[in-house]
Write a protein that binds this ligand. Structure first.
Ligand code: AMP
Ligand code: MN
Ligand code: MN
Length: 317
């Protein structure tokens, strides 16, 4: 029996959790497991708890069933944590960890702290959705579950562009396509499509970006007051750091946005040399070698100075 099936045996209730500020891989993996359980384990009462995901993921089956409110009690037979490298990333739902009969953690972050009772962590996998494909019975994957898994892989690989894309990633993507999914629409509408105002803030972030370290690094920042002016939230910041990274000659891109006064969400991306997960982990965050993040406090100038010191050191190595 596969690990996913054995862990579900004799469970009456289960919850599925992802990380705060859920991205495509997070929403995709949570709803993939949700649909798989609904199809093949109808005896298990399963609920997905997540911060409200972006509306562009509404096409995924189960989107409307996602609970965004923190429950009054955290009792459950099984807690499945997806795409979350550590307890803190589960946000307000981390209370389930102490109360659950068993915790299963499925992830692909190198920085994963193995906080579950059972941990399936594959740092070489492009996405948590790729790890999940390996845990599911292929013939039991419905078209709807395939749409969720494909969405996660597309988002975490930047449409099969980033270096985390492997031969296995492409093989899995092919097998998911064979389930009859509308892959063109998934890619264009959940990945590339932007609202008018998202394009405006992207444009502004590019316009105000600054090159440093002899053009090897680039950074840009979005202040809270500017976010309020445009009426955008954290969800609208997706893709900006990738666009900065695509600048010719740049090895490492940093994008910050202000969550609260002098509290910044930091996103870092690199191309070939810099291990940004090491930099993020140093400042209390985590992620992958080429894509990582953390939260930092202080003045913008100091935040950038602190980050660039660590990045410059790696560029000299
Ligand atoms: P982001 O820049 O938010 O798109 O995140 C890039 C990668 O780093 C993702 O895989 C995240 O899961 C991870 N990451 C981002 N922020 C944090 C954080 N504060 N702690 C741990 N991992 C993070
Ligand atoms: Mn994620
Ligand atoms: Mn992921």
């Amino acid at each position: 029996m596969s690990l996913l099936h054995s862990v579900l045996e004799n469970r009456k209730t289960a919850v599925i959790l992802g990380h705060t500020n859920p991205d495509g891989d997070c929403v995709g993996s949570c709803l993939a497991v949700y649909n798989y359980l609904r199809d093949y384990f109808p005896q298990v009462d399963v609920t997905v708890y997540l911060e409200r995901p972006a509306e562009k993921f509404r096409y995924l089956r189960g989107f409307d069933q996602i609970c965004t409110e923190v429950p009054g009690q955290f009792q459950t037979d099984l807690c499945i944590c997806l795409d979350s490298g550590d307890r803190e990333r589960l946000g307000a739902f981390s209370g389930f960890l102490g109360a659950a009969g068993k915790v299963l953690c499925v992830d692909h972050h190198v920085t994963n702290t193995r906080y579950g009772d059972v941990n399936v962590v594959e740092p070489d996998a492009s996405a948590t959705c790729e790890v999940l494909f390996g845990l599911m019975d292929e013939e039991k994957i419905s078209r709807e579950t395939a749409e969720c898994l494909y969405t996660g892989i597309v988002h975490d690989t930047g449409v099969f562009q980033y270096s985390n894309t492997s031969i296995r990633t492409m093989e899995i993507a092919g097998k998911l396509m064979a389930k009859g999914i509308d892959f063109s629409t998934i890619i264009s509408e959940s990945f590339y499509q932007k609202t008018y105002v998202q394009n405006q803030v992207l444009g502004r972030a590019l316009l105000e970006s600054i090159l440093f370290c002899d053009g090897q690094c680039i950074f840009s920042v979005m202040r809270k007051k500017d976010m309020e002016f445009y009426g955008v939230t954290s969800k609208d910041m997706e893709g900006i750091v990738e666009q900065l990274r695509s600048t010719a000659g740049v090895e490492c891109a940093i994008f910050l946005y202000e969550k609260e006064f002098q509290e910044f969400k930091v996103s870092m991306r690199s191309k070939k040399k810099v291990d940004v997960s090491r930099v993020a982990a140093y400042f209390g965050g985590g992620g992958h070698v080429r894509a990582a993040g953390c939260t930092m406090n202080g003045r913008i100038h100091d935040v950038i100075n602190n980050l660039s010191e660590h990045i410059a050191k790696q560029l000299e190595e």
